[in-house]
Design a binder for this molecule. Structure first.
Ligand SMILES: Cc1cc2nc3c(=O)[nH]c(=O)nc-3n(C[C@H](O)[C@H](O)[C@H](O)COP(=O)(O)OP(=O)(O)OC[C@H]3O[C@@H](n4cnc5c(N)ncnc54)[C@H](O)[C@@H]3O)c2cc1C
Length: 392
């Protein structure tokens, strides 16, 4: 690293760190990203890989979030056609399904309205004659199947593509480079980090904390210590099974607790997820538990009888990611999934922390970050717009 002074230093090479680097570089600012391990090694490679509005967030009335994500989905389908693709999603309804057909019709109708009533956002009922064409889905007592469309990506590849775009605009990436600590000064921060085993120091006007589940650990290493938001880490696990789902994605209701669980085609296999379980400890240690694996296996085989003999030993892979959710008495499933931007001071922040968020909305989040910190930065001329930069 030649330079020592940056407008913006970003901690974390996940989707948010990459997004902020791209938005900052597009705004004409000098930016350095510190990633301690590899791009997307945290939550950004352990998601459900959906670029979606989040149909289920309508149940908790998170309309602005769903609308923003659907707009970002439409944009990513244009900017990253090789990385983000639409697929059919099926919702089977059985007598015991708690989400009744009228609720699903209402939800899918609203989802379509929030998506701008585009042809892609239409939904329909699958005729009974086509039920045999649903990858072996249990048809005994099946009463209805709805179909709509949503998108899938490769989360790691998307993160890399956004960082590549940021670097093409001049953003610098130090990796592996671990943030060690920072001191807030009059107009910005002095940042200490270890890069390739070397102690390094740089300065910046604004430090963006995009360390995902490590966010509060980062704040603890800053003096004077900025306030932290009280958050909970909630683990979500996925399992990968041998097999194919060639017709589409399945939106299933877990028989145990009625949570929504997805079964999806992924890299020639089947990906099933996810769970919600409180997590304590070092975020690097997030691993699926036996209970989570059983829960996902049971849910999947309940709807796909051909897999009823499947045991934990037959699983090809399993991974877990950590959601950063506001601490609350509510069950995680019902809590807001909005991104929270938390500044060390209201007027001219020196440190801005990103809590939570969606892979889908990373670009919109990054634009909000830049808007929030613009008064702390020197005037620069934008060189590009993230709304127009192709990815991948
Ligand atoms: C189970 C699960 C499923 C999800 N599914 C979806 C989905 O289908 N669609 C969707 O839109 N969203 C989804 N999300 C949400 C989305 O995945 C996350 O919001 C997003 O990936 C968070 O990215 P991030 O950049 O904030 O954090 P991370 O990806 O965790 O990145 C943080 C980075 O900071 C680095 N870091 C930490 N400490 C330091 C340090 N001291 N120095 C340098 N670097 C450091 C880490 O190595 C890491 O790379 C899901 C989340 C979970 C948990």
């Amino acid at each position: 690293m030649q330079e020592k002074d940056f407008d913006v230093v970003v901690i974390g090479g996940g989707i948010h760190g990459a997004g902020v680097a791209q938005a900052a570089a597009a705004g004409g600012y000098s930016v350095l990203v510190l990633e301690k391990d590899s791009l997307a090694c945290g939550t950004s490679s352990r998601s459900s890989k959906l670029i979606h509005g989040g149909l289920r967030y309508l149940e908790t009335l998170q309309f602005p979030l769903v609308r923003e994500c659907l707009r970002e989905r439409a944009l990513l389908l244009k900017l990253a056609p090789r990385l983000v693709k639409l697929h059919p999603f099926f919702i089977p309804v059985y007598p015991e399904t708690t989400r009744r057909p009228w609720q699903l019709r209402l939800g899918l109708g609203l989802y379509s309205v929030l998506a701008g009533l585009t042809p892609d956002s239409r939904f329909r009922r699958i005729p009974t004659s086509q039920w045999d064409n649903t990858d072996g889905l249990e048809t005994r007592s099946l009463s209805m199947v709805f179909q709509y469309q949503d998108a899938q990506t490769d989360d790691t590849a998307l993160t890399r593509a956004v960082m590549k775009s940021a670097r093409s605009l001049g953003a610098r990436l130090a990796m592996p480079a671990e943030f060690i600590g920072a001191r807030i000064r009059d107009h910005g921060c002095e940042v200490r980090y270890q890069h390739d085993g070397q102690d390094c120091v740089c300065t910046c006007r604004v430090l963006v904390n995009a360390a995902g589940p490590w966010a509060n650990r980062i704040l603890e290493a800053i003096t004077p210590s900025p306030t932290q938001l009280e958050v909970e880490l909630v683990q979500g696990a996925h399992i990968v099974i041998e097999g194919t789902l060639s017709k589409g994605f399945y939106y299933l209701e877990a028989p145990q607790d009625q949570r929504a669980v997805f079964a999806m085609p992924w890299a020639g296999k089947i990906l099933v997820g996810t769970t919600e379980q409180a997590f304590h400890g070092d975020p690097a240690g997030a691993e699926p538990t036996d209970g989570e694996i059983q829960y996902l296996l049971h849910t999947f085989s309940h709807y796909f009888p051909a897999y009823r003999r499947l045991r934990a030993d037959n699983i090809l892979d399993a991974y877990a990611g950590l959601r950063v959710l506001p601490a609350d008495a509510d069950q995680p499933f019902k809590r807001s999934r909005d991104t929270i931007l938390h500044a060390d001071q209201p007027a001219q922040p020196s440190v801005l922390t990103i809590y939570g968020g969606k892979l889908t909305a990373y670009r919109a989040t990054a634009e909000k970050v830049m808007e929030r910190v613009k008064d702390s930065l020197p005037p620069r001329s934008p060189v590009a717009s993230t709304r127009e930069l192709p990815l991948g």
